[in-house]
Design a protein around this ligand. Structure first.
Ligand code: 13P
Length: 258
């Protein structure tokens, strides 16, 4: 089992003052109870990044910092966009790519997802590729084909240096923010499927995360029975206690399985 990764996607929540506060709370809890095995990443809104990375560095908090999106372009006339090199300059080491909210609400097509992922990885940042089906596709039993296509579109032909920087997050759209978590069986089947497809695309060692209404109560069973390598957490990452309880569950499961 690979070292677990727990990523907190704050979405469009918390201004920079609130973001600093949450980061400090995470730092305090981690100092009292360090997580031996889990890698933690917080993903604040763009405008919070500078403040959050400063606090993480000055207070030596054991979390990585990520961005929720990045431009696929390197620089230039792209009003409203943020480039990967700007993120890199802030010591942002992670970028979410193709979150379903960006795909659905901001017209992020599979082609744009693939281009963005290449820009992110090409500059040496870690990319968390988000995939997952909507409810109608699940009800029609077509989720495997759908996710296969998303993976092929994004990952085909990645070069050798880029591949180790990829993490895949399976986030069924119907489970996001709905309180409706996928069953551990659904998660296990899909993570196994994703590993098979990833391996056919030469990404044998890739970490597969689950996201969608993960909370302090369901994290342990999703980890052990769902056989994921960690989580992409939305709502429950906005409170230090719940985020770290989820992370602790991932840590304990890893400990038990070694
Ligand atoms: P929730 O945990 O709020 O369902 O959000 C999941 C998600 O979209 C994380 O990226």
């Amino acid at each position: 089992m690979t070292r677990p990764l727990v990523v907190g996607n704050w979405k469009m929540n918390l201004d920079y003052v609130e973001a600093v506060h949450l980061t400090q709370q995470i730092g305090v809890i981690l100092k009292n109870k360090p997580l031996e095995h889990v890698e933690l990443v917080v993903v604040p809104p763009f405008v919070d990044l500078r403040s959050v990375t400063s606090v993480v560095e000055s207070e030596r908090i054991a979390v990585g910092v990520g961005a929720q999106h990045a431009s696929r372009h390197e620089a230039g006339a792209h009003t409203g966009e943020v480039s990967v090199s700007m993120l890199q300059r802030l010591n942002v080491a992670w970028v979410l790519v193709g979150h379903s909210e960006r795909r659905a609400m901001y017209a992020m097509t599979d082609v744009v997802v693939a281009q963005t992922l290449r820009t992110v990885l090409g500059q040496g940042l870690n990319g968390v590729l988000c995939v997952g089906e909507e409810l109608s596709i699940r009800e029609a039993g077509r989720q495997d084909d759908f996710v296969t296509a998303q993976l092929h579109d994004a990952l085909e032909g990645l070069d050798e240096t880029s591949r180790p920087l990829v993490t895949i997050a399976y986030e069924p759209i119907w489970a996001i923010g709905s309180g409706l978590t996928a069953t551990t069986e659904q998660v296990r089947e899909m993570t196994e499927h994703i590993r098979t497809v990833a391996s056919s695309l030469s990404l044998g060692q890739v970490r597969v995360l689950y996201g969608g209404s993960v909370n302090a109560e369901n994290a342990a069973s999703l980890m052990t029975e769902g056989r994921v390598d960690g989580f992409l957490v939305g709502g429950a990452s906005l409170k230090a206690e719940s985020f770290l309880t989820i992370s602790q569950a991932a840590n304990d499961c890893y400990d038990g399985k070694r």
